[in-house]
Design a protein around this ligand. Structure first.
Ligand code: FKS
Ligand code: ZN
Length: 343
């Protein structure tokens, strides 16, 4: 399986993440990918290449123009305002406030264009987010050209990003870009399966009204886990998208016996949907020792999950999402790929 990866990811490394009222070193840090690269090499998955230049047209087609303009210029505007720190949101358009009027001031704009305040934006964030999207695009192009599968080692991740909001460490929705690219390349129906511990609210939001892209997510129940305000089982899609969204929220302590049952149900739905291509949002934070999550999957479970995903036999692009048990993020991510190849 070919791997697409850009060193440009390093340009996104905020000093701080707001966590429990403290500023801590971000969980989503550059060294995560070192562990994945290390494990890929160890296991002989050594066909690792840099993507070509990002294709902006699909990003412009998916995202709000004001949002893209914000991402590109936020750092400069923040500095011009005289702020000394990293760009971080402190003000949000909450219930019964104006949600269609982006403020002029950057301190207002950053809250308008975000869904949480843990994620800081820095000088290199836009370049890194574009390079991450470029890896996803290159992986999709490789599969569209006939390869059975590809792995986009994306960083920063993407599944929380909507067409007009960043947050949860995400800026551009890589998995959504891949799904759209498959549609453009002729797949009538595409499925996205999100196995990251956190609900893929951004991906769900982008496709909620669409019947051609099926979205399924296995995640910590919204009552208990970020992103808190989306991801319930009764969110099934709207309009022509009705029936094309499936959420599998699970409780604290969930282990592989229950999780794999949800996985099988999601895979059966994808099969029944008639997907011609598959996108996997590959987070490994369902792992038992993940520092910010509460599922109890063990390393071999990721291998088994990969096998079950592989049994669909679909052209598949894997997009890296989360996973913060730093020593195991490589083993677990590569286990999914190996299980898939083994199916
Ligand atoms: C720590 C709380 C952290 C934010 C969690 C974000 C999860 C991001 C992710 C992604 F794949 F996008 F990276 N709250 N005090 O893992 O879903
Ligand atoms: Zn996650």
């Amino acid at each position: 399986m070919k791997v697409f990866f850009s060193e440009e990811h390093r340009r996104h490394f905020p000093q701080a993440e707001l966590c429990g009222g403290e500023f801590v070193t971000p969980f989503e840090r550059p060294s995560r990918v070192e562990y994945v690269l290390g494990r890929l090499n160890e296991q002989g998955l050594t066909d690792i290449v840099a993507p070509g230049p990002v294709d902006m047209a699909p990003i412009r087609a998916m995202c709000d123009p004001g949002y893209l303009d914000f991402l590109e210029n936020a750092w400069d505007e923040w500095k011009a305002e005289g702020f000394a720190g990293e760009v971080i949101a402190a003000n949000f358009p909450a219930r019964r406030m104006q949600i269609f009027r982006p403020p002029r001031n950057i301190d207002g704009k950053v809250g308008y264009y975000s869904l949480a305040s843990e994620t800081a934006l820095t000088n290199g964030t836009w370049a890194a987010a574009l390079s991450s999207a470029a890896s996803a695009q290159a992986a999709q192009a490789h599969v569209a050209a006939g390869a059975k599968s590809a792995f986009a080692l994306c960083r920063p991740p993407g599944h929380h990003a909507t067409a007009d909001m960043f947050g949860g460490y995400c800026f551009l929705n890589n998995a959504a870009l891949v799904a759209e690219a498959f549609r453009r390349d002729g797949a009538g129906r595409v499925a996205i399966l999100d196995i990251d511990f956190h609900h893929g609210n951004g991906t769900q939001d982008i496709f909620f009204g669409r019947g051609d892209v099926f979205f399924a997510s296995l995640h910590g129940a919204p009552e208990d886990a970020f992103p808190y305000f989306l991801g319930y089982a009764d969110e099934t899609g709207i309009g022509t998208g009705e029936g094309a969204n499936a959420n599998y929220p699970m409780l604290p302590g969930t282990a592989y016996d229950v999780w794999s049952g949800a996985l099988d149900t999601a895979l059966a739905r994808i099969r029944a949907f008639g997907a011609e291509a598959l996108v996997i949002s590959l987070g490994t934070d369902a792992y038992k020792d993940d520092p910010i999550s509460f599922f109890k999957l063990d390393c071999p479970d990721f291998l088994d999950a990969g096998r079950r995903i592989g049994s669909l036999g679909l052209p598949t692009v894997f997009c890296m999402e989360g996973g913060y048990a730093i020593e195991q993020v490589g083993i677990n991510a590569v286990n999914v790929l190996e299980g898939f190849l083994d199916a």
